[in-house]
Design a protein around this ligand. Structure first.
Ligand SMILES: CC(C)(COP(=O)(O)OP(=O)(O)OC[C@H]1O[C@@H](n2cnc3c(N)ncnc32)[C@H](O)[C@@H]1OP(=O)(O)O)[C@@H](O)C(=O)NCCC(=O)NCCS
Length: 174
């Protein structure tokens, strides 16, 4: 018997901002840092206006979350070349995907892709609301770099990354 791969679509999901009464204790994405952020820190980050966390529910179950905040980034000379010379400024406005994780059982079901589309939509909406934003950024786990590359993110060329993460960015208007 062959098992069909489950693909979850955005219309099957319920999106809720993290709240004090949300039970996140059972969330397990196989990464303790990302589990504990949701369980122990995300609500406080939201209260302190450091990062806003949105939780995704599928059939009533918490299956994924992502946290976003504002960012600004330096570009390499190559990246800056697309802007007219008089529009080359020290740093460019961005939205940062600060955390993202899906529960083990629902990884590779399309949730990550949905989250990236939502965050890009948020960055586009910021412009419509009167504040400029050009990039989406992420500090990606090295093992996930190619996952973000598939979604149009490139490595930060202005600064070499060290440690467990790679600084990446996507130009949402390129
Ligand atoms: C990383 C993560 C958010 C991706 O979300 P996801 O819902 O599993 O991914 P999606 O189902 O949207 O995407 C699946 C696609 O990515 C590909 N993929 C999965 N892991 C990959 C990897 N490490 N490198 C490259 N591609 C990868 C799949 O082959 C599939 O490709 P296709 O669209 O061409 O078929 C999720 O796996 C996760 O929560 N992992 C644990 C926590 C984590 O690492 N968070 C990211 C921190 S930077």
């Amino acid at each position: 018997m062959t098992s069909e791969k489950l693909i979850i679509t955005a219309d099957q999901l319920e999106f809720r901002s993290i709240s004090a009464d949300m039970d996140c204790s059972g969330f397990d994405c196989d990464d303790e840092d990302l589990n504990s952020f949701l369980r122990d820190d995300a609500f406080q980050y939201q209260e302190q206006k450091i990062a806003q966390t949105t939780c995704l529910f599928f059939k009533g179950r918490l299956v994924a979350y992502f946290a976003v905040c504002n960012d600004s980034i330096r570009l390499s000379e190559d990246e800056k070349a697309k802007f007219p010379e008089n529009k080359q400024i020290p740093s460019y406005p961005a939205v940062k995907l600060a955390r993202m994780a899906c529960v083990k059982e629902h990884q590779r079901c399309g949730l990550g892709k949905i989250i990236i589309e939502i965050v890009i939509g948020m960055a586009v909406a910021i412009n419509k609301n009167g504040v400029a934003c050009r990039y989406v950024t992420v500090d990606a786990y090295r093992a996930k770099e190619s996952w973000y590359e598939k979604r149009g993110f490139i490595r930060n060329q202005a600064r070499a990354s060290s440690g467990p993460t790679v600084s990446m960015r996507k130009d949402i208007f390129s």
